[in-house]
Ligand binder design. Structure first.
Ligand code: GLN
Ligand code: ZN
Length: 743
């Protein structure tokens, strides 16, 4: 027996972020378009070679992109909003991605529950004609390298519609869009491709049932072309839609066996004999080597149900970096249990051969041995384990309720003004960190330079007249990395970049062991700042949920347990900050909302531990300590009771970009605590004037009692320049003064 292998997409930024660098060169005018395209093609072709050499049978192609693959499909399909129609070529493409003087870009949002961001297609009645020449050219090029193994990846029509912003009723778009996909398949057929992958991840969303008729009618039409269609789903299970989805007229269906309950579904309902099952069993969303003792039994359960299967990663490998073997600075026992894209290809092949009956004893034993070495290298930490075991209900609660502790907290003027934490990260500040890392500055010299920055920042905030000050976060590269680097149990890679959006890449930390705080992480900088001013300085921490959502978590223990461990570390930090004199401590949770599972029936389970871990970190604070949290670019309408349950005294939110939507959600939901209603957009270089901020504040006052309102920008000021920050904050303080006199 032979079991085939497949891939559903590959990292496309280049092993050394070549695409990122080429894009930046092109945008700054240093690189011409031909060189840019050549770089992208080289990265693409080397990806193909890697997958070919690994022995993958059906290699997904066509997902390489200059910016975003969803944007690519908008362009191929002629879904170009009117405001871009006068442009063409790369100019049009990058205008859609990034905007251009006076022409706003397409909206960007998260791709399902990943940290990848895509550009939301906008579909109006005015469709342009489709142009698939780039798709065909890529197929042609891929076939020269991969031959019959090249399988074009197509973004599915219903997922595209489901994710788009529609200016016309969906029912009117189905037929024109279906025609375009038909034309694409008709053009691909003569090229001799053996099948096409049509990715329909929207099938795992809770509302997939509402789109059933579209799936059925569109796929019935597409099937007529006679090109084998491989319907690909991922990120969760098909849920109640399983029975009709597996009846769609396609030749293969891929399911994610790393998340959700697809295994139960196929065991319960069976799987159609006339289709191939794509078994997405190698986790494309995390970086751990497989554990054959866990995965082989799953395959053994699947095989009696259908023997017509292929083994593959659970989704595109774009969510993991290229190659774990390059991480030579990581301890070997850890490195040997990491698996990035290249290692995952080998795992796919290993599992397929094993499932086909080969006994790959040596490989299996070597994997097992590396796990054993790792377990000895990173044993459980008894102290943390005991603390977790002995947690009591009280540990999650402040000792006094909000209404009772309020009067004990620091007195402040009405409409207190503050910022979200970070101040400009100038190149001077970044240089300091680089020099320290290179050993060009001693620790003492580095601290001294950071303290100079803190002192300047405090002075500026006092001159501006803010009520609650911050130290400015100059010592932090990134809000998760900074804490992770000081906690044991976190590891950081050198080359582990993944695409966040366009040319932006991130290197998510890896949580590999029990998380322990060995010493205070923020107290020194807090003390320096507080010693320079009579005004209160906020202690500034990153919350446990954000830390875990922006990292690759462990898979041997539950996420809840990992979040609680981080929460305990932060809890100790809160206590230390208090002891050092902090009257106000902010615990940022910008990623709380984005961790919500795709299926609403699993929201409660997540929110329960997510909110609990925040409360565990803050619960130790004395009644007189004011706890703040910050969540930007979130929606609260449907999670308002959970936000209330966080029991933070003050919540600062983004508002100016969402046009006060967030504020209305809170006020409609009857939110009872204080709200820092973001008064200006920090992502724009524009300096708001007093009038603009006044009008934003007035909206706040019209919706919430004055005593519940704080005044702050939407988010941290890290990416802005001082020349922008100072006048903007002055307008903010000025507007607040005017209002205080009025009210
Ligand atoms: N305190 C952080 C800052 O000001 C918060 C950043 C965020 O919300 N993403 O940068
Ligand atoms: Zn923010």
């Amino acid at each position: 027996m032979v079991i085939q292998t497949a891939t559903l997409g590959y990292p496309r930024i280049g092993k050394n972020r070549e695409v990122k660098k080429a894009l930046e060169g092109f945008w700054s005018g240093k690189l011409d378009s031909e060189s840019l395209l050549q770089t992208v093609r080289q990265v693409e072709e080397s990806n193909w070679q890697t997958q070919l050499q690994a022995g993958i049978d059906r290699i997904g192609i066509g997902d390489t992109t200059l910016y975003d693959s969803v944007l690519d499909w908008s362009v191929y399909l002629g879904l170009i909003p009117e405001r871009f129609q006068h442009l063409s070529g790369l100019e049009q493409y990058f205008a859609m991605a990034r905007g251009k003087e006076g022409i706003p870009a397409l909206e960007m949002t998260k791709w399902f529950d990943t940290n990848y961001h895509y550009l939301v297609p906008e579909i109006s009645a005015q469709l342009l004609s489709a142009d698939f020449s780039d798709v065909l050219e890529t197929v042609h090029r891929a076939q020269q390298i991969l031959g019959q193994r090249a399988v074009p990846i197509i973004l599915g029509p219903v997922t595209l519609l489901r994710l788009s912003r529609l200016e016309v009723p969906i029912s009117e778009l189905v037929s024109p869009l279906c025609d375009r996909y038909l034309n694409l398949l008709l053009a691909l057929k003569p090229l001799g491709v053996e099948e096409v992958q049509i990715h329909e991840p929207a099938l795992v969303l809770g509302d997939a049932t509402n789109f059933k008729e579209y799936y059925e009618s569109i796929y019935a039409s597409l099937a007529k072309v006679g090109l084998p269609l491989h319907l690909v789903t991922y990120f969760d299970d098909l849920g109640e839609n399983y029975p009709w989805v597996v009846q769609l007229p396609v030749s293969s269906i891929s399911l994610d066996f790393t998340r959700g309950r697809n295994l139960e579904l196929i065991k319960h309902y069976g799987f159609p004999a006339d289709k191939r099952l794509g078994v997405g069993i190698v986790d494309a969303r995390n970086i751990w080597q497989i554990r054959p003792d866990r995965l082989l039994p799953i395959l053994e359960e699947i095989q009696p149900i259908t023997s017509n299967l292929s083994i593959q990663p659970s989704a595109s490998l774009q969510f993991v970096p290229y190659d774990a073997t390059r991480e030579t600075k990581l301890p070997e026992p850890l490195r040997n249990v990491l698996s990035f894209a290249e290692q995952k290809l080998q795992e796919v092949v290993f599992l397929a051969r094993t499932a086909a009956g080969e006994d790959l004893k040596q490989e299996r034993e070597s994997i097992q041995a590396s796990w054993q070495v790792f377990e000895q290298f990173s044993p459980a930490n008894q102290v943390v384990q005991d603390r977790l075991k002995n947690l009591k209900m009280d540990d999650f609660q402040r000792s006094l309720s909000y209404s009772l502790r309020l009067s004990e907290q620091i007195p402040l003027p009405p409409l207190p003004t503050t910022t979200i934490g970070s101040f400009p990260q100038t190149s001077e500040v970044r240089q300091l960190r680089v020099k320290y890392k290179r050993g060009e500055l001693t620790l003492a010299q580095y601290h001294q330079s950071i303290d100079t920055q803190i002192a300047q920042c405090i002075k500026i905030q006092e001159e501006i007249g803010l009520d609650v000050l911050v130290h400015g976060e100059f010592e932090r590269t990134d809000m998760v990395e900074y804490f992770g680097q000081q906690l044991s149990g976190f590891a950081f890679t050198e080359h582990g970049w993944v695409q966040s959006y366009g040319s932006r890449c991130v290197r998510p930390p890896i949580i590999y062991g029990d998380v322990v705080r060995t010493e205070p992480m923020t107290v020194r900088e807090f003390k320096v700042a507080q010693s320079l001013t009579e005004k209160p300085v906020k202690g500034m921490l990153t919350g446990p949920v954000t830390m875990i959502n922006w990292s690759y978590p462990r898979t041997d223990i539950a996420r809840q347990e990992q979040a609680f461990q981080i929460a305990l570390a932060l809890r100790d930090e809160v206590a230390d900050l208090e002891a050092a004199g902090a009257k106000i401590i902010q615990i940022d949770e910008p990623a709380l909302r984005e961790g919500l599972p795709l299926k609403t029936e699993r929201w409660n389970e997540y929110l329960s531990w997510a909110v609990d871990s925040f409360k565990l970190s803050a619960g130790i604070a004395k009644p007189e300590t004011q706890i703040h949290t910050h969540m930007c670019y979130s929606e609260f309408g449907d999670i308002i009771t959970d936000i209330e349950r966080l029991d933070a005294d003050v919540l600062s939110i983004e508002n100016s970009r969402s046009n006060n939507e967030t504020l209305y959600e809170l006020t409609d939901g009857g939110y009872s605590k204080q709200v820092g209603n973001g008064v200006y957009d920090v992502h724009s270089p524009a300096i708001p004037n007093t009038e603009q901020i006044l009008s934003q504040l007035r909206t706040g006052i019209a919706n919430l009692p004055v005593k519940q309102i704080w005044v702050n920008p939407d988010c941290g000021l890290k990416t802005r320049r001082w020349e922008e920050v100072v006048p903007s904050l002055k307008s903010m303080v000025q507007a607040t003064k005017i209002l205080r006199e009025e009210t």
